[in-house]
Design a binder for this molecule. Structure first.
Ligand SMILES: Cc1ncc(COP(=O)(O)OP(=O)(O)O)c(N)n1
Ligand SMILES: Cc1nc(C(=O)O)sc1CCOP(=O)(O)O
Ligand SMILES: [Mg+2]
Length: 209
């Protein structure tokens, strides 16, 4: 499967009171990967919400990815995204199987991405490219580094951190396959606007194949 397109990531605070409506609006506009990202320790709620997203993603034929939690991903039979301190990629691969989508945070370090590739990652994520209200303290990455990464890596490259419709084009031009977005997608006033943004992100990626 070709991993290219919009990678929508949920945020429990931003989506409070409109969680499923906004996620469905994004799926309606076209989402390649949907990440369930909830940093709380409320396991019961996390399972409930992840199950709802699983149903929704199945209807829209979108791949669900769980942030941080390989056990929850295994329970649902979906993919996982792991940061540098979220546990070994090799264990997640062993748990989830050869076909599962497993993503790895690599900040701005191509060496981390090469290591992740060796350990079985399906895609690598670089960021943060712009100021992010969702994760302001994430280490910064540059477009020059992205261009270098594109030359050296043969895996799909995901970019993250403050990505919006206004600033995404250079990232695509320098080799990004997946645009991972929270606020630039879900920080909208209506479901219609979420759907419009999702379509527009996909158009950006299509026009540069
Ligand atoms: C697609 C994608 N890229 C990077 C991250 C960040 O992962 P991590 O560094 O583990 O930070 P948290 O998201 O867990 O706070 C991500 N979640 N998704
Ligand atoms: C979860 C996350 N990880 C980042 C990284 O750089 O690793 S930036 C980020 C937040 C992405 O949200 P927004 O699109 O609202 O900036
Ligand atoms: Mg993490």
């Amino acid at each position: 499967m070709k991993l290219r397109g919009l990678y929508a990531i949920t945020d429990s605070q931003l989506l409070a009171g409109k969680f499923l409506a906004y996620v469905e609006a994004a799926l309606d506009g076209g989402v390649t990967l949907l990440q369930y990202r909830d940093k709380s320790s409320d396991e019961a709620r996390r399972l409930r919400e992840a199950e709802k997203l699983y149903e929704l993603c199945s209807r829209y034929k979108t791949q669900l990815i769980i942030n941080d939690d390989a056990e929850l991903a295994a329970r649902l039979g979906v993919g996982v995204h792991l940061g540098q301190t979220d546990g070994p990629l090799t264990s997640a691969r062993a748990l989830l199987g050869a076909k599962a989508i497993i993503g790895a945070t690599c900040h701005s370090q191509i060496e981390l991405a090469e290591q992740a590739a060796k350990e079985g990652a399906s895609y690598v994520a670089f960021g943060r490219f712009f100021n992010s209200t969702t994760k302001p303290g994430a280490p910064a990455a540059t477009v020059d580094m992205l261009a270098q990464a594109r030359k050296r890596l043969h895996l799909p490259i995901c970019v993250i951190g403050g990505v919006t419709l206004e600033n995404a084009e250079p990232l695509v031009a320098h080799g990004a396959d997946l645009l991972a977005v929270v606020h630039g997608l879900f920080g909208a006033d209506s479901t219609q606007e979420v759907t419009r943004r999702a379509r527009a992100f996909n158009d950006l990626l299509k026009s540069s194949v």
